[in-house]
Design a protein around this ligand. Structure first.
Ligand code: PHE
Length: 330
């Protein structure tokens, strides 16, 4: 019995030396040190030894158990440490990387870029003008007389004297014609400001894209063809649009462009996206371009409205709320 105990102890120590992972270690624990393990069993049998062997047997059993338990605990500690050490350096290349949020341009900026790209392909260059304008460029040179309602302080944001936040991008037409001789072929995107009551299709600040073409023999056919090509390039071949007569002091004749869309109530409807027309001779006179020699056309389209129709956005206010859940869609 005592020899057997000694042998179990030696076997256990030898077995421990061959263990390299925690699963094998657990098997070892069950085999030797568990409730029904060999060492535990031996220990419980010490009580059954004849009285003269009991003391020696007890001491031996306890020593074997202590040795094996200590060796077991030591190995367990070593295995855990090397496991942690491994996992610290372990790089799992199959895991998805941490994404870095780099952001993107606003849907209105995207739209303007897309429009400029289309007009760039059609041979237009890009012009910019100031958002704080004077009455000459915003009204007077555009044939908008002092009596016109657009000049009412309730219809424009005056910032003092004859200075105001431009109410449309048409003053850029004037600035371009003051500086450039025909032929002219430009588009001018930018912000405009009007004290409009805010609703699903109106905002006190929005964006327009203006176009101006001036040359000899320019007719309304050029205008309508360019608008048609632009609308199809932007919306695709399926789009329906119409040109309807209108009035602007700086164009004669004048028209308005509508595109077909589904409105907030789910109703199909025409939505006005902008005005257009043949440059009024009075405008040419104001900038010193010979209106006998040159003709031209212009349009001013609302960028928000073009985008709303394209993406099915039924409320202009969504574009300015900076709600990332909305903006991330574009
Ligand atoms: N400026 C006009 C507006 O804002 C639009 C327009 C531009 C009309 C050019 C005709 C020609 O309503």
């Amino acid at each position: 019995m005592l020899e057997q105990l000694e042998k179990i102890g030696k076997d256990a120590i030898t077995a421990l030396k061959n263990i390299t992972d925690t699963a094998a270690l657990e098997e070892f624990r069950i085999k030797y040190l568990g409730r029904k393990g060999q060492i535990t069993q031996m220990l419980s049998q010490v009580g059954h030894l004849p009285a003269e062997q009991r003391r020696e047997g007890g001491q031996l059993a306890n020593r074997v158990k202590k040795e094996v338990s200590e060796a077991f605990e030591q190995l367990k500690k070593n295995l855990l440490q090397s496991q942690q050490g491994e996992s610290k350096e372990l790089v799992d290349v199959t895991l998805p990387g941490t994404t870095i949020n780099i952001g993107k341009t606003h849907v209105i900026t995207q739209t303007i870029n897309e429009l400029l790209e289309i007009f760039g392909r059609m041979g237009f260059s890009v012009a910019y003008g100031p958002e704080v304008e004077d009455e000459w460029h915003n009204f007077i040179a555009l044939n908008i007389g002092p009596e016109h309602p657009a000049r009412d302080p309730f219809d424009a944001f005056y910032v003092g004297g004859n200075t105001l936040l431009r109410s449309h991008t048409s003053p850029v037409q004037i600035r371009v014609m003051e500086q450039t001789k025909p032929p002219i072929r430009v588009v001018a995107p930018g912000r405009v400001y009007r004290p409009d009551t805010v609703d699903a299709t109106h905002m006190y600040m929005f964006h327009q894209i203006e176009a101006l073409v001036v040359d000899e023999d320019i007719s309304m056919v050029d205008m309508k063809t360019t608008i048609d090509q632009f609308i199809h390039a932007y919306y695709g071949p399926e789009i329906k649009w119409r040109l309807r007569p209108s009035f602007f002091p700086f164009t004669e004749p004048s028209g308005e462009v509508d595109v077909f869309w589904v409105n907030k109530q789910g109703k199909e409807d025409w939505m006005e996206v902008g005005g257009c027309g043949m440059v009024d001779p009075n405008v040419f006179d104001a900038v010193g371009i010979d209106s006998e020699k040159y003709t031209g056309w212009a349009f001013g389209f609302g960028v928000e409205r073009l985008a709303m129709r394209k993406y099915g956005i039924n409320d202009i206010r969504l574009l300015f709320e900076n709600d990332l859940r909305f903006l991330k869609q574009f």
